[in-house]
Design a protein around this ligand. Structure first.
Ligand SMILES: *Cc1c(COP(=O)(O)O)cnc(C)c1O
Length: 221
């Protein structure tokens, strides 16, 4: 398999202002090292806490590790020491736990708030009202060890590009409203993480600043 070739075929379709997270879940460390060596790529994404911490502790030089999956509060400890960005904060409880563990570790963890934009019922995430309540809370103002850097979402797994576009557009609107209401003048709040192998071009059209791509680079899982 031509890993570097796959990578460059994807990379050339992504504008320079959009960051590419290479999603390496279920793939061996050797493939990650190979991609790093052949292309210089630095940002990798994982969605399970144990796999994330095992890979990140084994290979960290010149690499940014992003956590992109549902995170249980009892696994936050595994993730905090290595995470350059946690894309998938889906509850106030999780955010509180991240703040607590980051405080213990003496660092500040950048996070994105995950929003529920899809039709499927299994997806995790805030809705706009819940997020607003949290951002207005006293508890939120006291968090000193997390930094909210934007939003993340996943579109429905459907063939219908109109539906997918509508969902990405709704995330973009959520980002703009949060920016205006809660993060005006905060330059750190700037990322919209949306788009995967099957839908990233639509996501970029709709304002994505970060795409998370696995199978187009590493092959099917
Ligand atoms: C697996 C995964 C991806 C990448 O999926 P592909 O379709 O392989 O590109 C992106 N985001 C999340 C949250 C994932 O779990």
């Amino acid at each position: 398999m031509d890993l570097a070739g796959n990578y460059y075929r994807v990379k050339e379709t992504i504008p320079p202002h959009v960051k590419l997270v290479a999603v390496s879940k279920f793939k061996p460390l050797e493939m990650i090292r190979e991609l790093r060596e052949k292309t210089g790529h630095q940002i990798f994404g994982e969605n399970r806490a144990r796999e994330f911490s095992a890979k990140a502790s084994a290979f960290s030089e010149g690499v940014e590790w992003h956590f992109i999956g549902h995170l249980q509060t009892n696994k936050v400890k595994l993730v905090v020491p290595f995470a350059s960005l946690v894309h998938s904060v889906d509850s106030p409880r999780l955010l509180a736990e991240l703040d607590k563990e980051a405080a213990k570790a003496g660092n500040v963890v950048p996070v994105l708030l995950q929003f529920y934009i899809a039709r499927e019922e299994t997806k995790f995430g805030f809705d706009f009202r819940e997020a607003g309540q949290m951002l207005e809370s006293e508890q939120f103002r006291n968090f000193k060890h997390i930094r909210v850097s934007g939003v993340m979402g996943m579109a429905s797994f459907v063939e219908d590009p109109v539906q997918v576009r509508r969902e990405f557009s709704s995330l973009r609107n959520i980002f703009e409203k949060l920016k205006a209401d809660y993060f005006a003048g905060d330059d750190a709040f700037r990322e919209i993480s949306m788009g995967m192998s099957g839908d990233y071009r639509i996501a970029i059209d709709e304002g994505s600043t970060m795409v998370r791509i696995g199978s187009l680079i590493f092959g099917e899982r």
